[in-house]
Ligand binder design. Sequence first.
Ligand code: 3H9
Length: 701
Amino acid sequence: MTDAVRLELQGEIALITVNNPPVNALGHAVREGLLQAFQSAEADSQVRAVVLACEGSTFIAGADIKEFGKPPQAPSLPEVIEAIEGSTKPSVAVIHGTALGGGLEVALGCHYRIARKDAKVGLPEVKLGLLPGAGGTQRLPRLAGVEKALDMIVSGTPISAAEAVEHHIVDELFEGDLREAGLAYARRLVDEGRGPRRTGEQTQGLEGVDNEALIRAKHAEVAKRMPGLFSPLRCIAAVEAATKLPLAEGLKRERELFAECLNSPQRGALIHSFFSERQAGKINDLPADVKPRTINMAAVIGGGTMGVGIAMSFANAGVPVKLLEINDEALQRGLQRARDTYAASVKRGSLTEDTMEQRLALVEGVTDYAALAEADVVVEAVFEEMGVKQQVFEQLDAVCKPGAILASNTSSLDLDAIAAFTKRPEDVVGLHFFSPANVMRLLEVVRGEKTSNEVLATAMAIGKQLKKVSVVVGVCDGFVGNRMVFQYGREAEFLLEEGATPGQVDGALRNFGMAMGPFAMRDLSGLDIGQAIRKRQRATLPAHLDFPTVSDKLCAAGMLGQKTGAGYYRYEPGNRTPLENPELVPMLEAASQEKGIQRKALDEQYIVERCIFALVNEGAKILEEGIAQRSSDIDVIYLNGYGFPAFRGGPMFYADSVGLDTVLARVKELHARCGDWWKPAPLLEKLAAEGRTFTEWQAGQ
Ligand code: 3H9
């Protein structure tokens, strides 16, 4: 046995316990330990049944992701599961927490499964660019049917224990102690004389339905909803094998398809995304003994879209929140906005009416700053103008209790200047939510020059409480996300001057994998936002740099995007589908003419490189300035806030995979042709010269 797996005898029952914190992943020691334990139980004539349970907070959460890409070490997981399933003594898996991936596959290898009522089971491999490679694609459809198996394997979303019972994945639910429940179930098996019931030998899930039609339908769904992804189609192919081949051949086919996924670059990118998200929560220079403050009550200033979304985020997490507006009329509008948004979720079926009422009851509207005296955190979400921020923060400083965290949701203003409006700059931090704040997962936590460690730790804890992905960033214009997107959007617009249309640019970037093109995005958020930023930036813009002009022309014509029915695109009333805007054509021609540019057709790769490498070059500057802690933090921001495709790992990881020498060569060409916006970042030059990547540089920091 290994330290990670223990075997003990409880009368006639062998109790096997896995103990491999934090999530009992199936690393080499666990696989070896499990194989030995099951083999010992099989060989021991005293043993009549076997129980498999886990220590800690969860059942096995899957293969050890850190081992992917390294040389494989025997025994492999399929071998271990084959031994478990082949055993002549009945075995029961006792599931608590989450049985995920290889963890569920081990449980499916056992002959019976019981689960604690609050447990979840799933096969999330697809989210890592993989497919279940230890029999999951062959055994799950045999139990749950092809439709459910396809849903679980292609979406990767776990299901509740109760749903797992409904679909014959789990036999019974239990409450209370794991060992007791497992031993009691095993004794019943022995008493009732029930022997092994091997999942691989079952066929009920495969019979009586038109499996080919289900597979065709899933193909169509994947083509529509997951374009560009490598592993979902392989997931379907593996499940299809289960419907056509005997178990042994199906398992072989699964292994081949798993190997294809393992070797795909998408696997590396998606696993990078997984670990980067977890790493982002760690602050390098924060002493380990810093404890976050407790948050029992929150407040939000401003009942616009952003403020209401933030207030809803607190309410969704069960935190009472006061929403402050300047007068009753504006307040009622804000409260109604919250009610309408929740009501839309009720209508869609994603929220019950009761939950809506409970959440709304947590949001209290107020118009007097004095009502904020007891709040533990106040988030300001008012108009982006320094004078307005000053008024708000001076009032907060006057009324808030000592120790309250004063947060600004500013997306681009100087947080240190905002903090200076108070006598407690150490309590001021940026909490930059993304719109709609109740939906978007990203939270940039802006660390001001004077923000205390305790306040920073609390801000990160608030992010966790609100189920956001929080990333620490430093103070600069636009922080990380918007500072980079500014470069991206500007280059997209320069492409319009060179000869492209918004549809061509958006299409090329969507084909690259972006959730939305830059122009559709701008139309959605409103062109006036960018105009206000440009106005501020023009004041300090060096003479040799200039902005593209199409957006200004649209603003001057009152075409501010969806809200005015036209922007880069035209919209029919009540419809968000972008249509060609004929009024834009003369504006594009005028913009080109003013700069003496001969409009010409642009190819897709050029469009993508021009926009994506602009992100990378700025990202490199941000890293060098220490505005982001790590290149992977920049990736997390782009994956969670800007619709960057997870299968490319984020802009910095993508640049690493293209090769920094190639990226630099393009940046230099663009610098020579387009001017100083493209000045290569010194870090990019240095790493390209050394043949290193951003990831390697980060590891050495
Ligand atoms: C698979 O199984 C393939 C097989 O089909 C075939 C094989 C042949 N490995 O998320 P958390 C670490 S593919 C290694 O913050 P939570 C994580 O990095 C796998 N490490 O906790 C973090 O480390 P650190 C299929 C792992 O409570 C720590 O554990 N399985 C793994 O919020 C805590 O993680 C999955 O995809 C792992 N498998 O959530 C499940 N999982 O403290 C992936 C976690 O150093 N895992 N770590 O930053 C999860 O979804 C969540 O971690 C879980 C817990 C829900 C389990």
